[in-house]
Design a protein around this ligand. Structure first.
Ligand SMILES: [Zn+2]
Length: 83
């Protein structure tokens, strides 16, 4: 579990998400931030919402509202290109 987020990292990420949600209301960024905060409260934060795999701490630190692992993200990005 060396890759897991420390409590301190988690706190920093949470305040980042709260800032995004407060400063950019009614945007996709705020929606994503709120969803991430929700997952944090339910203890699901840091796991892919598609496949349940653990998302690396580095990925979460870089993109705190990320809900998908790299594999699922790649699949979704392909779908987005069609839209
Ligand atoms: Zn996944």
């Amino acid at each position: 579990m060396s890759e897991s987020l420390s409590a301190q990292q988690l706190l920093r990420i949470r305040s980042k998400l709260e800032t995004i949600a407060a400063e950019q209301p009614d945007t996709r960024a705020a929606d994503a931030a709120n969803a991430a905060l929700q997952r944090m409260r339910s203890g699901e934060y840091g796991y892919c919402i598609e496949c349940g795999d653990e998302i690396s701490a580095a990925r979460l630190a870089a993109k705190p509202d990320v809900a998908l692992c790299v594999d699922c993200q790649a699949l979704q990005d392909e779908d987005d290109e069609d839209a």
